[in-house]
Write a protein that binds this ligand. Structure first.
Ligand code: ISE
Length: 335
């Protein structure tokens, strides 16, 4: 993801220059830096503190996020942190509190689906009352293939986390409990991995969200969401690419192979808006609280997988929004 974002920042995003690259695989950072004319800084905290860095994009392993996001707060630099915010609820909440105490909003979490045109339109429709009160949301999340380390727990933390954020984004309320139903596993899943699973969220209003998560279908990247309201329903993610009808009497269309093809444009919108906001020391997207809530729901989801029980989501108190900005130390000669 780091080199994917670097590529995007360099080729498609206006008003930004990648000045410093860090990766725990040194050869990788050297290769990426050489391609885009950036400098390698071998230590991640030094890279964050580097004077040539005004804002930080973290696509490092989740287990390093707590320390690195903390360093961004200390340096008062806007940070776009790929999910998860951190790998445990305690450190995520500590970050929420630290940011609130600083009176700023510097942390954005990389839930790119919020920047997808279909998800944005669906949220607007719901907010405008176009479906009446939402009662149910049905999500389908299918990946064609994943590596073997994708066990049931990883499927919750890495894949279902997207529907956690989608549910909160679309319905604008918190998830209060999680339940996971494991059925018959596909024969291609490693022993002990429940693939597919049906995950059920209960929202604060009582609305229900279902999520079918399947990560080894061997077919395509399929992400669909249907919202059922009191006065209508709406569906996105039909994957209607080019449809072809030919003289041999056949018709068909291309399927979407992966998340880059499905959400590539959403990533570009996410990065452009983040860069624009970072110039005034702000964010423009899901913040630290959203990242923390997602970690808390996934934690409950993992307990639900392991126990078979319906698990309540416990959230700490939400700090009042500060809306504080930090004027970044932009040098005039950089874009
Ligand atoms: C991956 O990390 C993603 O973010 C993809 O969007 C998701 O479909 C996949 O399941 C995750 O592993």
């Amino acid at each position: 993801m780091g080199s994917f974002h670097t590529e995007l920042l360099t080729s498609r995003i206006r008003g930004v220059q990648v000045t410093v690259v860090n990766d725990f695989v040194q050869a990788k950072s050297e290769e990426v830096a050489a391609r885009i004319g950036a400098r390698v800084v071998a230590d991640p905290i030094e890279a964050i503190k580097d004077p040539a860095v005004d804002a930080v994009l973290l696509a490092t392993p989740g287990s390093t996020h707590a320390e690195q996001v903390d360093a961004c707060l200390d340096a008062r630099k806007p940070v776009l942190c790929e999910k998860p915010l951190t790998t445990d609820v305690g450190s995520s909440y500590a970050i929420v509190q630290k940011q609130a105490a600083l009176g700023v909003e510097l942390i954005q979490v990389g839930f790119m689906r919020r920047f997808d045109a279909e998800y944005a339109a669906l949220r607007e429709l719901i907010a405008a009352g176009g479906l009446g009160s939402p009662l149910m949301v049905h999500c389908t999340h299918r990946n064609p293939a994943v590596p073997d380390h994708f066990n049931s727990e990883f499927m919750i933390r890495d894949s279902v986390v997207h529907e956690v954020d989608v549910a909160r984004f679309l319905l604008d309320e918190e998830i209060v409990s999680v339940q996971v139903i494991k059925g018959l596993a596909t024969s291609v899943a490693p022993a002990g991995t429940s693939d597919p699973m049906l995950v059920i969220f209960e929202m604060a209003s009582g609305a229900i969200v279902t999520d079918e998560i399947s990560v080894r279908t061997g077919v395509a990247y399929e992400v669909r969401t249907e919202v059922v309201g009191e006065s209508g329903s709406a569906l996105i993610g039909l994957d209607q690419n080019l449809q072809v009808k030919s003289t041999d009497g056949r018709w068909g269309g291309a399927i979407t192979p992966g998340f880059v093809q499905r959400f590539g444009q959403a990533y570009a919108v996410e990065l452009q808006r983040w860069v624009d906001a970072a110039k005034s020391g702000a964010i423009d997207g899901p913040g630290a609280w959203d990242g923390y809530a997602a970690v808390a729901v996934c934690e409950a989801g993992v307990r639900a997988v392991n126990t078979g029980a319906k698990v309540t989501v416990e959230l700490g108190e939400r700090p009042a929004p500060t809306g504080g900005h930090i004027a970044p130390d932009l040098e005039g000669d950089r874009p």
